[in-house]
Design a protein around this ligand. Structure first.
Ligand code: K2U
Ligand code: ZN
Length: 176
């Protein structure tokens, strides 16, 4: 198992469109395990492969209270979306300490392959519905700040670049 580095907005690699997984093999199974370890360590409820600079259609999630119900979605598809919409506050592991409301479908149906390559489907509402739509946006190269106003997005970009520069400077000082 390994924790993977998470790309930080506005890293351009976050805007890469992920490719379908050709074969659910040992490499993909290890990636899913490493993504789950990375997600739990970062206290997230979801993580897309794009965020760890792997541009294949893999998502992991765990929205359970006990943080003990991991889900692996390979080549996920939304097979149905409700007309009803919700506006929920979202965050993102690639945009730390940043939260804002995003309009999403209130309920969705999802089809995907699991870590054994078996196809399964589920219906989601609430946090799980928001999370799966947020993660599928990542696989399309879209970050949630793109739903916000240009002014908000620019302020967030400036904040993230400053935070990254400070962390790099701190890291450099630590190695002197
Ligand atoms: O993709 C990610 O960056 C992980 C997000 C997924 C997410 C975003 C919005 C709403 C639900 C899930 C992180 O889990 S952000 C941290 C978080 C944790 C609990 C609830 C909401 C957000
Ligand atoms: Zn995110």
């Amino acid at each position: 198992m390994a924790r993977l580095p998470i790309l930080r907005f506005p890293d351009p690699r976050l805007h890469t469109v992920a490719q379908p997984v050709a074969q659910v093999d040992a490499r993909i199974q290890q990636l899913a395990k490493d993504m789950l370890e990375t997600m739990y360590a970062a206290e997230g409820v979801g993580l897309a492969a794009t965020q760890v600079n792997v541009h294949e259609r893999v998502i992991v999630m765990d929205t359970s209270e006990g943080r003990d119900e991991p889900r692996v979605l390979i080549n996920p598809e939304l097979t149905w979306t409700s007309d009803a919409m919700t506006d929920e506050e979202e965050g993102c592991l690639s945009v730390p300490q940043t939260y804002d409301k995003v309009r999403r479908h209130a309920r969705v149906k999802v089809a995907a392959l699991n870590e054994r390559g078996e196809r399964y489907e589920f219906e989601a509402e609430g946090l799980l519905a928001v999370c799966v739509q947020h993660e599928m946006d990542h696989l399309m190269g879209k970050v949630f700040v793109e739903y916000l106003s240009p002014l908000k997005r620019e302020r967030i970009k400036t904040k993230m670049l400053k935070k990254t520069r400070e962390e790099q400077a701190h890291g450099a000082r630590g190695r002197l």
